[in-house]
Design a protein around this ligand. Sequence first.
Ligand SMILES: Cc1cc2nc3c(=O)[nH]c(=O)nc-3n(C[C@H](O)[C@H](O)[C@H](O)COP(=O)(O)O)c2cc1C
Length: 395
Amino acid sequence: MNSTRAQPITDRAGTDLAPLFRPLKLGALSLPNRFVMSPMTRQHSPDGVPGENVAGYYRRRAEAGVGLIVTEGIGVDQPAAIGAGSMGEDNIPLLHGDAALAGWRRVTDDVHAAGGLIVPQLWHMGVIRIPGTGPVPDAPSLRPSGIWGPRDKAMMPPPYLEAMAEPTAPMSEEDIADVIAGFARSAANAKAVGFDGIAIHGAHGYLLDSFLWAATNHRADRWGGDIAGRTRLAAEVIRAIRQALGPELPIFYRWSQWKLHDYDAANATSPEEMEAHLAPLAEAGVDCFDISTRVFSKPGFPGSNLTLAGWAKKLTGKTVMAVGGVGLSKDLQTSFGGGTVAIDNLGEVASRVEAGEFDLIAVGRSLLVDPRWVEKARAGEPFEPFSLAAYGGLS
Ligand SMILES: Cc1cc2nc3c(=O)[nH]c(=O)nc-3n(C[C@H](O)[C@H](O)[C@H](O)COP(=O)(O)O)c2cc1C
């Protein structure tokens, strides 16, 4: 058990945690510390509308010192954006329509009143959405090349994989234009209801990542072919969002190697390929790369201890956020098997921030279980053990 942290802030091994409590400027925002709430799907917004319970859930994290909140994935204003995905998702929020926008206005007002900052994660499920589900069941699911992707390493239940087996028509130029316009409308709506920037879900095998990944993008036109072609849609989405937002509010882009199809998949097999992926996105207007890994401290490529987040910073010079396994003994996937206990690995996070490897640390499950987690980190109080029960509720 920790004893209460006296000043200066250190972990149990005496490592200085002060770097994690230093402010950071990002565009028009002044983040009070380096802790970001990682986006986590909650499924508590019937008809796409977040209610008072959702506002309370985010407000509690803001009140307890989270520097920046990234919301759960929110369906982009495009008919096929969401539906049941690989986890049978339902009650996912939207960012268009009067009722949903009024709901989000309450969320941003509550978070701001508590002294917090909040950005919405814009989400298009793309290949992962089960056709015939979601708010517009008739909308054809959008896939770059009509295929779901490789199935040999997929861990989803067989009924899900069967539902995805039938190929669809590859996305047309009109579909692509519709997606770009949908992201831009959602970004404009986000600004209108008081969000502090935009987070783009560009990872995990969902639509934008399915263009980046060679295994799901077999196109020979300008939206595929080489890395420059495969990154074009993400870059166009970023440009359209930048135009809708204006120059000041920051854009976050979540990028991962891993996919829901295959945890060992990779968009980039070398730092050179990673640079080819990230440079066009940086150039299009990304302010912060949110590098999604399951264990933040794992080396990004063989031959170096630098983390994937560290590589993103080295290759782009942008602000970078790391994520994965902070405060917990097991990563997201293995924690489903139970036995995940609380650990204090903040010393390692702080050392890497101090060394300039990355700038921000996103915290997922630890903040799901305990809204006061950042306050406890500052005070040196013991963390809560992880519980799968937290997945269902909105505490
Ligand atoms: C319940 C739950 C829902 C999640 N939903 C999303 C999501 O909507 N968008 C996203 O990019 N990542 C999502 N994630 C991944 C988290 O943002 C985070 O990257 C992951 O949990 C690793 O961080 P952690 O080890 O601190 O939990 C989700 C994770 C959990 C536990």
